[in-house]
Design a protein around this ligand. Structure first.
Ligand SMILES: Nc1ncnc2c1ncn2[C@@H]1O[C@H](COP(=O)(O)OP(=O)(O)OP(=O)(O)O)[C@@H](O)[C@H]1O
Ligand SMILES: [Mg+2]
Length: 255
């Protein structure tokens, strides 16, 4: 088992094997001896970056790819079960749509280079629905990814100074999630404290290149004045913008 070695994990040639960047365990030598007496050693060398996939035989590469993908199948089922336990009931039926699948692939294969998503549009156009679909897409990749989801007002409630708790740790826990979803940016009343908290969370993710999903129904031109110019500027650089248009879907549901 090598999957607790972050350095080794980073050096494994995920792209060459065409598998997401995840923690995988290697097969036991007894499982690979049919591929050749040197196979276990070559797999070990590949795992720590001393060999690349092109140094393997085609049969070895195919075996390892299938072995790793089988591990994702197990995690995928666990991920989806956890996702379905945590998602708000209203959005329980969401499925990935539009860019969500490609985004999930980017988030799991190359998180440091994955753009975050800024989903904008008027009330009821499906921003929250889309965002939970994107989180589901991440779960469906089978890569173990920690995610946190808050509406902006709930995030402030969660981070409000609380007696007997390490408030800095609470902020770090939110800011450092593998994927962070903040719904309804600009929904809470702006104050020096809310602006500071949002700035610290977004700036951490900006500096560490961590992917997330942010939604708002504030028109793009008004975003800076609603959430603060320095936060809006970072979001603009770190996010791909998705604009949802149309009527309020809730009105359609009522008629
Ligand atoms: N693609 C979709 N297919 C089916 N139902 C959808 C879809 N998109 C949104 N809905 C439904 O429409 C309603 C409004 O969607 P949602 O809550 O995502 O809107 P919103 O843009 O987040 O609104 P707000 O700005 O008020 O938060 C919800 O009941 C949601 O489940
Ligand atoms: Mg919403």
């Amino acid at each position: 088992m090598h999957d607790n070695q972050p350095g080794a994990r980073r050096r494994l040639d995920f792209a060459g094997l065409r598998v997401p960047a995840a923690s995988y365990s290697l097969p036991a030598p007894s499982e690979t001896l049919h591929l050749g007496p040197d196979t276990p050693d070559r797999f070990d060398a590949l795992y720590v970056g001393r060999l690349t996939v092109t140094d393997l035989t085609a049969a070895e590469a195919e075996f390892l790819r299938a072995y790793f993908l089988a591990q994702l199948d197990t995690v995928r089922d666990q991920n989806i079960a956890a996702f379905e336990r945590r998602i708000p009931r209203r959005y329980a039926a969401v499925r990935p749509a539009g860019r969500a699948g490609d985004w999930a692939t980017a988030v799991t294969c190359d998180p440091q280079n994955a753009q975050s998503l800024l989903v904008l549009g008027p009330t009821g156009t499906g921003k929250t629905h889309f965002a939970y679909g994107a989180l589901r897409a991440v779960a469906e990749t089978g890569v173990r990814v920690s995610w946190q989801a808050f509406t902006e007002p709930d995030l402030f409630a969660h981070l409000r100074p609380s007696h007997g708790r390490d408030d800095e740790q609470a902020l770090r826990d939110v800011a450092s999630a593998d994927v962070l979803f903040i719904d309804d940016l600009g929904a809470a009343k702006l104050s020096d404290w809310t602006e500071e908290v949002t700035y610290r969370v977004i700036n951490y993710r900006y500096e560490q290149c961590l992917p997330g999903i942010y939604t708002s129904n504030i028109p793009p031109k008004e975003l800076a004045s609603a959430i603060g110019g320095r936060i809006a500027s970072r979001l603009t650089e770190m996010c791909e913008r998705i604009s949802l248009k149309g009527d309020d879907l809730r009105k359609g549901a009522r008629s």
